[in-house]
Ligand binder design. Structure first.
Ligand code: CA
Ligand code: CA
Length: 187
């Protein structure tokens, strides 16, 4: 009957795992940020787009908006990585350079069609810190979509905030109508 105490210990261990302290697991306490989820209209449910782990997007675009004519460039934005931040945004004599991602770049496959070449995704979502007109401490959130060719159907969403937290530039789902092209790549 030597195995009995061992069984009791195992049972207690199993109970300890099943009932987390305070009834809240770590996963509950820190909900993951889901850049790929959007709340559906007239529904409490969120629709989540598939996240793609491999690929990259390159692109640039010129847009006329309430902030004047702007130009954005990203030369090599790699899915699921936080290396090589390279977003530049220029408008009306202002310039923002992304210098660090605050989380890995998310690549998602939405209802848009990236066209050729097939990349398996069409949209990148990212955020990070950077330099605004030579001053550090600014930040940006952005979302770029490749909707195939020509580039005029590609989309850009950008919010740039200065070191004091003021929004200094914003595009919300604007088509790149003046010129440019976003291009998703599988590798
Ligand atoms: Ca798609
Ligand atoms: Ca495109």
């Amino acid at each position: 009957m030597r195995s009995k105490p061992k069984l009791v210990v195992l049972a207690i261990a199993a109970l300890a795992i099943a009932i987390p302290v305070g009834g809240v697991t770590t996963a509950d306490a820190v909900p993951p940020k889901k850049a790929n989820c959007k709340k559906k209209k007239n529904s409490k449910k969120k629709k989540c787009h598939p996240v793609v782990k491999q690929g990259r997007m390159t692109g640039q675009g010129t847009i006329d908006s309430a902030y004047g004519r702007s130009h954005h460039v990203f030369r090599n934005s790699i899915c699921n990585r936080d290396k090589f931040p390279d977003l530049k945004v220029m408008w009306e004599g202002n310039r923002f350079d992304l210098t660090e991602y605050s989380s890995p770049l998310t690549c998602i496959d939405t209802a848009f069609d990236e066209g050729q070449p097939r990349a398996g995704f069409d949209t990148i979502v990212g955020q990070g810190t950077g330099v605004l007109n030579g001053e550090e401490g600014a930040s940006a959130r952005f979302r770029f979509t490749d909707a195939g060719e020509p580039g005029r159907n590609d989309r850009a969403t950008i919010t740039i905030t200065d070191a004091d937290g003021n929004v200094v530039f914003e595009l919300v789902d604007e088509r790149i109508l003046v010129g440019g092209n976003h291009q998703a790549h599988r590798k």
